[in-house]
Ligand binder design. Structure first.
Ligand code: HPA
Ligand code: ZN
Length: 331
């Protein structure tokens, strides 16, 4: 039987747009912008993608992002990702961008934002893909730097739905950014945060209690704290889980060891996402396919995951309903 997956409407809620920079585009943009990369070929770039933890990935991810210079570069990056969405029936996507990765090397915020948001508008008009933009603060940098970034974003607040927290988790707990998130919520932004990928369950508690997040990005370590699991289930706080990422970054030794099915069986609102698809070996569909094969997920499980992706999104209930209706009769 052919996989029903490509025909299921899906939403993606955890994708770093800089992490969709495929090696081919990295090499092309390096040439276009006259930047010297430490790689001679696409194959050499791919061969470098062997990671032992989050930090070993982040080092290459920030280096790769240097090729992004102009508004057109950010447009091309985002447009290529949206075409993948169209091919995989991802009908709605909420994408992260890391302004500090670019502003700290002299690329103006409006260049980054302009290219990404124009592509998202074209994605809506030409591909029918709806989207939201989430500004992530780099947690290895200071709270003051995050606050300055938030202030830079205020003129664009109508096009940014939420703020998030990414980069090196260990040693940078959510509490470090409490006042930044207080201000962001006061300015009308929703909030999310990476927590419980490499960090302990306490970081998930902090994200909930101090940053008042609507979703937890990753969150797979919640199982170490039964009271936390109860809380996440009772409040149906979604987890944006990224299976291929988790295996590539050695959060789990193999896909068969992943706890996604356990999380679902506990009653958590689990979603499947790609994180950094160009670095981890696949987009949304490849993530569903890999986890389904390794954990013997049933068609019902796949439908549940797709339903969760819309329920956990920032779409209104009315906007979610047509997708939930389509999924109710799919498979
Ligand atoms: N975790 C933290 N920061 C990130 C990630 C991730 O998986 N991807 C890009 N930045
Ligand atoms: Zn992530």
């Amino acid at each position: 039987m052919r996989s029903p997956l490509p025909t299921l409407p899906k939403a993606e809620l955890h994708i770093h747009i800089e992490g969709s920079l495929e090696p081919e585009m990295m090499i092309d943009l390096a040439q276009r912008n006259r930047i010297t990369l430490p790689y001679e070929s696409v194959e050499a770039v791919r061969a470098a993608y062997q990671f032992e933890n989050l930090q070993s990935f982040l080092d290459l991810y920030y280096a790769g992002a240097q090729v992004l210079q102009t508004e057109q570069d950010f447009y091309d990056l985002t447009w290529a990702y949206l075409q993948k969405c169209a091919a995989q029936r991802v009908c709605h996507t909420e994408i992260f961008f890391d302004p500090q990765t670019h502003t700290d090397r002299g690329i103006p915020f409006e260049v980054v934002h302009g290219g990404i948001s124009q592509a998202l508008k074209d994605g809506k008009n030409q591909l029918g893909i709806s989207s939201g933009l989430i500004l992530c603060f780099l947690r290895h940098l200071s709270a003051e730097a995050a606050m300055a970034t938030l202030e830079q974003a205020l003129p664009y607040r109508d096009s940014i739905i939420a703020v998030g927290l990414d980069s090196s988790e260990l040693g940078h707990p959510p509490v470090k950014f409490q006042s930044v998130f207080d201000r962001a919520r006061a300015e009308g932004f929703l909030t999310v945060a990476h927590a419980g990928e490499e960090g302990p369950p306490d970081y998930i508690w902090q994200a909930i209690r101090l940053l008042k997040v609507a979703r937890i990005d990753h969150g797979v370590r919640c199982v170490e704290d039964p009271a936390l699991v109860d809380y996440l289930v009772d409040h149906q706080i979604p987890l944006t889980v990224c299976p291929l990422s988790n295996v590539k970054l050695c959060v789990f030794q193999s896909m068969a060891d992943h706890n996604l099915k356990q999380l679902m069986d506990l009653g958590l609102c689990v979603t499947v996402n790609s994180d950094d698809p160009a670095y981890f070996g696949g987009y949304v569909e490849e993530n569903y396919t890999a986890i389904a094969a390794a954990l013997a997920l049933t068609p019902k499980d796949l439908r549940q995951l797709a339903q969760n992706s819309f329920k956990a999104s920032f779409l209104s209930s009315a906007e979610q309903q047509p997708y939930l209706d389509a999924l109710a009769t799919a498979l």
